[in-house]
Design a protein around this ligand. Structure first.
Ligand code: HEM
Length: 420
């Protein structure tokens, strides 16, 4: 393996990759490097007699993602198994295969084409400037709470059509749901307390009740006053000649809210750390942002790999890389591992803002490829362009990481800046 220049600590090669605690120390790169080398399709026991196949190589992640006939999303996309009633109650676009998936995705796809997303650039740039101009003047601050947590949600509010003044509530609910293993964000810690009474709610989280109530209010409002936004689009939609049911609408709203906010913000925080640890790359980008921004944003996305995995289920007895897999087996695709696969990237542990080609799988691939990829790319690029235009140098303190085997997140990041 190449000398580690991207991560100071590769972690324990024998780390338990299922444990939320493992990720408090960052992504366990050494453990995944070992799996890629020794057992790229590895059976991982979960302790209760069940287990899953951990797919850790780039080529295999692509194969599993693209073959929805052999590997279905309809049995769930997270490691946790769901009973049939849970699956039905919590189903979103993500838990359908074609052709149902295609019909549902078509409802929201037009709002996320590269052309439409490009039209949001000025609005996001203004938001970034507003937030940065206010906070940079402080000199020292928590980058996550003051900047990273603020930005994506504000743009998302505009897209969804919800008032920006509600962004604080939406972020807090999103944190409680997606960060359901971290005690800072929720008292209902998924692997520590009994969440059975919430089993039919997204992320088994009571916060989903509040999001559902909020979505119901939004629906009432938009039925009376339709606008050009995602909420109105969903309410008017008739994917199968019938409108979405109340529950389908609420699950869709929740998905868009969480997926569009909880991911990009962590990418920006990781990027800030990488750039601090690579001053020569920071200087190069700062001196010529126009020439480098696109590739630089891709490299930050590759290196950070914020959604670490998604799951599929085998529909038939089959093989992955020659390893026999039985019908009904759970397959977990580790995107972050694939992004560091030595067979897919030259020197994957080198942070190279000019990396080309950069075929990372941070956004997945195949039919479920991230709907918001163009938006996330724009946000990462524009945020750093505005940051680099203002900051001459900066220091970062120790990141406080999210307890999660799903999202590679940063909860707090002390930063001090020297302005141009
Ligand atoms: C850096 C930021 C982001 C990352 C790392 C990310 C990651 C991903 C990944 C890996 C998938 C594929 C899931 C699968 O294969 O089952 C996905 C799907 C999805 N993403 Fe993102 N995402 C990001 C930003 C966004 C944004 C900004 C939005 C919306 C505003 C969004 C909305 C969605 C939706 C709706 C899906 C489901 C697509 C489907 O099932 O067809 N994401 N995302």
């Amino acid at each position: 393996m190449t000398l580690n220049v991207l991560h100071a600590d590769l972690g324990d090669p024998d780390a338990d990759i299922t444990s939320h605690d493992t990720y408090l120390g960052g992504f366990p790169h050494a453990a995944f490097a070992r799996l890629r080398e020794e057992s790229p399709v590895a059976w991982i026991e979960e302790g209760d007699g069940s287990g899953f196949w951990a797919v850790t190589k780039h080529a295999d992640v692509i194969e599993v993602s693209r073959d929805y006939n052999r590997f279905t999303a309809a049995r769930g996309i997270r490691i946790e198994d769901m009973a049939d009633d849970e699956l039905v109650a919590r189903r979103t676009l993500m838990e359908f295969d074609p052709p149902d998936h295609t019909r549902l995705r078509r409802l929201v796809q037009p709002g996320f084409t590269p052309k439409v997303v490009a039209s949001y650039e000025e609005a996001f740039r203004r938001l970034a400037r507003l937030v940065l101009d206010e906070v940079l003047a402080l000199g020292e601050f928590d980058f996550v709470t003051e900047v990273a947590r603020e930005l994506p949600i504000r743009l998302l509010c505009r897209l969804l059509g919800v008032p920006e003044s509600d962004s604080g509530r939406l972020v807090a609910w999103g944190d409680q749901m997606i960060s359901n293993a971290d005690p800072e964000y929720t008292p209902v810690i998924i692997d520590k307390v009994d969440t059975d009474e919430y089993r039919l709610l997204p992320f088994r989280s009571p916060a989903a009740l509040e999001v559902f109530r909020y979505a119901e209010e939004m629906a009432l409002e938009r039925r009376a006053n339709p606008k050009d936004d995602i909420v109105t689009t969903l309410l008017n939609a008739e994917p199968d000649g019938e409108p979405l049911t109340d529950l389908e609408f609420k699950n869709f709203f929740t998905l868009m809210m969480v997926a569009g906010n909880e991911t990009t913000r962590h990418t920006i925080s990781h990027g800030l750390i990488y750039l601090r640890n690579h001053p020569e790359q920071f200087e190069a980008w700062r001196s010529d942002p126009a020439a480098m921004s696109k590739e630089a944003a891709e490299e930050i996305l590759r290196a950070s790999g914020v959604t670490m995995h998604f799951r599929r289920t085998a529909t038939e007895d089959t093989e992955i890389r020659g390893v026999p897999v039985a019908a009904g087996d759970k397959i977990v695709m580790w995107y972050t591992s694939a992004n560091y696969d030595e067979d897919a990237f030259d020197d994957p542990f080198t942070f190279d803002l000019r990396r080309e080609p950069n075929n990372h799988v941070t956004f997945g691939t195949g039919r479920h490829v991230c709907l918001g990829a163009a938006l996330a790319r724009l946000e990462v690029r524009v945020f750093f362009e505005e940051f680099l235009a203002r900051v001459a140098s900066y220091e970062v303190g120790e990141p406080d990481r999210l307890r999660s085997n799903f999202i590679s997140g940063i909860k707090h990041l002390p930063v001090s800046v020297k302005l141009n």
